[in-house]
Design a binder for this molecule. Structure first.
Ligand code: VGL
Ligand code: ZN
Length: 210
C-alpha cells in the first residue's frame, strides 16, 4: 500500500468464526482469499486474535439458564452471550489455515481476561483497559488503518470506532468482512454497525477501491 503510514489490521480470521466453527459467521471463510490478495499490497500488517480462557464471562455456558445471543448486564455494561469460542490454545482459536499473511508483524490477542470481553482490538469492553495496539501503531507512525475480517458488526466495528476515537484515519474494506447480524437489537446488529461507523467518519470501500 502506497504510503508507509498505512496498516492492514486483520481482525479475528479464526476457525471458530468460519463455517464449521463454534460461532460461525455465514460465509466467513470467503474473506480469506480477499484478505490474502489485499495484504500483499501492504507493507504493514497486524492480526488480532480473539483469545478467551475457558469459562469466559462472554460465554452463555458461564451463566446458568442463559442461551447464546441473549443480552445480560455486566458491571461494565450490556454483554451479548456467545457460544464457547476461541478458547486459548484450542483449534477453534487458530487462524484459518488458508490465511496467508507471513509478513504480518504483530499479533494482538484480546479477550484473555475471564471477566471482561474485548471486541475491539484497542480497548477492552470495560472501555478502559488498552490492549496496546494503539500505542504500537502510534509508536510506529502508522496513522491510516485499513480493517478487514470477522465479524463486521462486532470486532471489526468496535475496532473501527475505537481507532477513530484514538485519532486514526479508518477504512473498512467491505468485501473483506462478513457479519454476524445478531438479532439482539431491532433490525439486527449489522445495519446499526454500518450506521455507527459512518457517523464516526469511518470510510467504507471495496477491496478494488483500496
Ligand atoms: C467476535 C463475538 C464474540 C468477533 C468475538 O470477532 O466479532 N464476536 N467474540
Ligand atoms: Zn469472543
Amino acid at each position: 500500500m502506497a504510503g508507509n503510514e498505512a496498516v492492514l489490521v486483520v481482525v479475528d480470521v479464526q476457525n471458530d468464526f468460519c463455517p464449521g466453527g463454534a460461532l460461525a459467521v455465514a460465509d466467513g471463510d470467503a474473506v480469506v482469499p480477499v484478505i490474502n490478495a489485499l495484504a500483499r499490497r501492504f507493507d504493514n500488517v497486524v492480526l488480532t486474535q480473539d483469545w478467551h480462557p475457558a469459562g469466559h464471562v462472554s460465554f452463555a455456558s458461564s451463566h446458568p439458564g442463559k442461551a447464546p445471543f441473549e443480552l445480560i448486564e455486566l458491571p461494565y455494561g450490556p454483554q451479548v452471550l456467545w457460544p464457547d469460542h476461541c478458547i486459548q490454545g484450542r483449534s477453534g482459536a487458530e487462524f484459518h489455515v488458508g490465511l496467508d499473511v507471513p509478513h504480518a508483524q504483530a499479533v494482538v490477542r484480546k479477550g484473555y481476561r475471564s471477566g471482561v470481553d474485548s471486541y475491539s482490538g484497542f480497548l477492552e469492553a470495560d472501555r478502559f483497559t488498552p490492549t496496546g495496539l494503539g500505542a504500537y501503531l502510534n509508536e510506529r507512525g502508522l496513522r491510516r488503518v485499513f480493517l478487514v475480517g470477522l465479524a463486521t458488526d462486532f470486532c471489526v466495528a468496535w475496532t473501527a470506532l475505537d481507532a477513530r476515537r484514538l485519532g486514526f484515519e479508518v477504512t473498512v474494506v467491505e468485501d473483506a468482512c462478513r457479519g454476524i447480524d445478531a438479532p439482539t437489537i431491532p433490525g439486527g446488529t449489522l445495519t446499526k454497525a454500518w450506521a455507527d461507523m459512518a457517523a464516526a467518519g469511518v470510510s467504507r470501500l471495496s477491496s478494488g477501491q483500496v
